[in-house]
Design a protein around this ligand. Structure first.
Ligand SMILES: [Zn+2]
Length: 464
């Protein structure tokens, strides 16, 4: 995900004709409610992740204000739709049958018989499904109202598996958080830390959502806990999911909860999203800027790294600031991994990796996943999806040059960040693969970037 108040799923509600509260029972379910103050109607808002969870959704007439939260009493998040004229999204919302003409032409020229399987380092589908409430079935299984990911499009586009983030939204707070990332420069304030008990309640709710995803998928989707399980699922044509925490707010100081979540299948943890935790400090969403934004890991953060090493839980460095990154590099005995971060040399965003960081990842035998978020790809750092794939090629080229062929993968940030129009959602992965061919990369290297490098790193981190 990207920046502060996250993206609202208004679009989903709009497309499914939702007009009233959707609940999953009377008690603890995730609910979509309308009528809460969302600031000015029709005004752009960002999601609770700074830029991460922004939905390029357009507020539709009659579906003006929804608030998404967990629990019946209060809205934890206000997410609204951004209506940036610079980021036209309608085409992304459409089915394959109604691709915009340009993308349609692209797809027709592709060798569709040779889909390259993609293992993806990061997406935010889980929260999107949770926000869909009672209509999550339609979204997950049929793709109705989807932004980037749903099961039919994943299967069609070659999305063979990936890390699925559990991201915990912040409560809505009024504040200077309406800074558009489409501006020439921006520096978004970060939300306050989340209290442990609230975070754990939300995490359990979302873990329930994860289990539901497999339960209803009819054998087409499976949670995996080892590299061997991922390989088996991919060989069978089953989408392989890995549970990941984007921010460790649901883990308390004694780290007992880490063991609980690990027993439930958690295999990857980011000590922070960008919001601070008891473990460390994340980068604010700032352009231009560098990842050197504050102090390193806290003492508890160092304990978390050691415990993750013992459990062989992967540690995700995306969103961590530079000092924290190198603290992990010193402490950890696992490959260094930034699941969804690009090259700072190409786009001077705080969220991108410096060459020193890329080299450290390479020296550890780790991986950096190419983030498809437009604001992390464009040289001007703007969240404008009307762009060619030249910046994508530039980032891939630089990451390959500095980190090497074994240490670059994909970390789409699908459903967390607006992506270039020529790619859109999972249906556009063949377009991304074709862009690599246009760069002159051979099929063997493309396969490594698409999935091979990820599988090697996961196997080395977790064991076979
Ligand atoms: Zn993120």
């Amino acid at each position: 995900m990207n920046p502060p108040p996250r993206v609202a799923i208004f679009r989903i509600a709009a497309e499914i004709g939702q007009r009233h509260a959707i609940g999953q029972g009377e008690g603890q379910g995730l609910i979509l409610r309308r009528g809460h103050a969302m600031r000015k109607a029709g005004r752009d808002q960002r999601d609770g992740q700074g830029s991460k969870k922004r939905h390029p959704v357009q507020a539709e007439k009659g579906v003006d204000q929804h608030v998404v939260g967990i629990g019946p009493q209060r809205a934890l998040v206000n997410r609204s739709v951004r209506r940036s004229p610079l980021a036209p999204f309608p085409q992304k919302q459409k089915s394959a049958a109604s691709f915009p003409p340009r993308l349609c032409r692209n797809l027709r020229t592709l060798p569709m018989t040779k889909l390259v399987p993609v293992f993806d380092g990061h997406n935010d589908l889980v929260l999107k499904l949770a926000e869909a409430g009672a209509d999550r079935d339609k979204l997950w299984l049929e793709g109705k109202g989807a932004w980037h990911l749903d099961l039919p499009r994943m299967l069609k586009g070659g999305f063979a598996g990936g890390l699925f983030a559990i991201f915990l939204p912040s409560p809505h707070t009024d504040g200077p958080d309406d800074h558009p990332m489409s501006a020439p420069t921006y520096d978004l304030p970060l939300p306050a830390p989340l209290p442990l008990k609230e975070a754990q309640a939300m995490a359990v709710d979302l873990l329930g959502q994860l289990l539901w995803m497999e339960r209803v998928a009819g054998g087409r989707f499976r949670w995996c806990r080892s590299a061997g399980e991922i390989r088996k699922a991919m060989a069978e044509g089953v989408v392989a999911g890995v549970m990941h925490f984007e921010g460790a707010e649901a883990i308390g100081p004694n780290l007992d909860a880490l063991h609980v979540f690990h027993a439930m299948g958690l295999r990857s943890v980011g000590p922070v999203w960008s919001r601070p935790t008891i473990f460390g400090h994340g980068v604010p969403f700032r352009y231009p800027g560098t990842p050197d934004t504050g102090p390193g890991l806290t003492p508890l953060g160092k304990d978390l790294v050691r415990e993750c090493n013992k459990l062989r839980v992967m540690i995700d460095l995306s969103h961590l600031n530079e000092a924290g990154f190198f603290d992990v590099a010193k402490l950890s005995d696992a490959p260094l991994v930034a699941t969804h971060s690009n090259a700072h040399a190409m786009t001077t965003s705080t969220r991108n990796l410096t060459d020193d960081q890329l080299r450290a990842i390479a020296e550890s035998g780790g991986i950096a996943g190419l983030n498809l978020g437009a604001c992390f790809l464009r040289p001007d750092g703007r969240e404008n999806t009307d762009m060619t794939l030249e910046p994508v090629k530039q980032h891939i080229g630089h990451m390959l040059k500095v980190a090497g062929e074994d240490c670059v993968g994909i970390g789409s940030d699908y459903d967390g960040c607006p992506t270039p129009n020529p790619i859109g959602g999972a249906e556009g992965l063949p377009v991304l693969i074709e862009a690599m061919r246009e760069m002159g990369l051979g099929e063997a290297l493309i396969a490594k970037i698409a999935h091979g490098n990820w599988l090697r790193v996961l196997e080395r981190t977790w064991g076979a």
